[in-house]
Design a protein around this ligand. Structure first.
Ligand code: AP5
Ligand code: MG
Ligand code: ZN
Length: 216
C-alpha cells in the first residue's frame, strides 16, 4: 500500500509516518528530511534548496521529484511507501503517478491531517529533536522522560530546524494554502481522501489513520 500524508507544516506528518512505518512495515519517504540531509552534506542541491527552505518557500518540483525517484530506485518499500511532505504541487502528484505506475503500483490512500493554523505555529516553534537518533520532542506536548536525555537513545544533544521560527512558519503556511491544498481536491476527484482530526492527541490521530487505512 502506498500512502500519501498530506497536511500543513506541523500537522504531524513526520510523527505519524514514523509510527506507521513500524506498525505496517512501510517505508517513510520524507522530502523534507532528504533536503535537510543534502543541506547538511553541503551538496550543490542542498545549497539551492537551503536558501528557499530558510524562506519557507517550496523548492523546484524537478529537484524533489529527482530525490523521490532515486529513493524508490534503491529497491526499498516492499510493502509500500508513506510519502511524507510529497507531493506538494499538482506537478509533483503527476510525477508520482508516473513513478508508481512504472513499478505497477499506485497511490492507494491520501490521509489529510487537519489542524488550525494557530495551533501549528505553537507546535512548530516548540519542536526539537535528538541530534543523535532524530527522535522528535516538544516543549509542551512531549518532553523527554528525564530532562535533557533522549528516551530512545540516551543522547544529550538536541537540535532545532532553521525554518522553525514563527516568521518562516507563516511563510510555510502560505505556501501550503496556495500550492499544496489544491491537491486535496485533486485526490478527492479520485476518491482517495480520508481526513483525520489532527487537533487530537498523537495516539488518537494514529488510531484514526489506522481506521482510515483498514477501511481503504
Ligand atoms: P518538511 O520537512 O516537509 O516540513 P513541513 O511540511 O513544513 O512539515 P513539518 O515537518 O514541519 O511538520 P510535520 O507535519 O512533519 O509535523 P511533526 O510530526 O514534525 O519541509 C520543509 C521544507 O522543505 C519546506 O518548507 C520546503 O521548503 C521544502 N520541501 C519539502 N518537501 C518539498 C516538496 N515536496 N516540494 C517542494 N519543497 C519541499 O509535528 C510537529 C510538532 O508537533 C512535533 O513537535 C510533534 O511532536 C508535535 N505533534 C505532532 N502531532 C501532534 C498532536 N497530535 N498533538 C500535539 N502535538 C503534536
Ligand atoms: Mg515533517
Ligand atoms: Zn535519541
Amino acid at each position: 500500500m502506498n500512502l500519501v500524508l498530506l497536511g500543513p507544516p506541523g500537522a504531524g506528518k513526520g510523527t505519524q509516518a514514523k509510527r506507521l512505518q513500524d506498525l505496517r512495515s512501510l517505508v517513510q519517504l520524507s522530502t523534507g528530511d532528504m533536503l535537510r540531509a543534502a543541506v547538511a552534506a553541503g551538496t550543490e542541491l542542498g545549497r539551492q534548496a537551503g536558501e528557499l527552505m530558510e524562506q519557507g518557500q517550496l523548492v523546484p518540483d524537478a529537484l524533489v521529484i529527482g530525490l523521490i525517484a532515486e529513493s524508490m530506485d534503491e529497491g526499498k518499500g516492499g510493502a509500500g511507501f508513506i510519502l511524507d511532505g510529497f507531493p506538494r504541487t499538482i506537478g509533483q502528484a503527476e510525477a508520482l503517478n508516473t513513478l508508481l505506475q512504472s513499478r505497477g503500483e499506485k497511490v492507494d490512500r491520501v490521509v489529510v491531517i487537519e489542524v488550525d493554523d494557530d495551533a501549528l505555529v505553537a507546535r512548530i516553534t516548540g519542536r526539537f529533536t535528538c541530534a543523535t537518533c532524530g527522535e522528535g520532542y516538544h516543549e509542551l506536548f512531549k518532553l523527554p522522560k528525564v530532562e535533557g536525555v533522549c528516551d530512545v537513545c540516551g543522547g544529550t544533544k538536541f537540535s532545532r530546524r532553521a525554518d522553525d521560527t514563527e516568521e518562516v512558519v507563516r511563510e510555510r503556511l502560505k505556501a501550503y494554502h496556495a500550492q499544496t491544498e489544491p491537491l486535496i481536491g485533486y485526490y478527492k476527484a479520485q476518491d482517495k481522501v480520508s481526513a483525520v482530526d489532527g487537533m487530537a492527541d498523537i495516539e488518537t490521530v494514529q488510531k484514526e489513520i489506522d481506521q482510515a487505512l483498514d477501511g481503504a
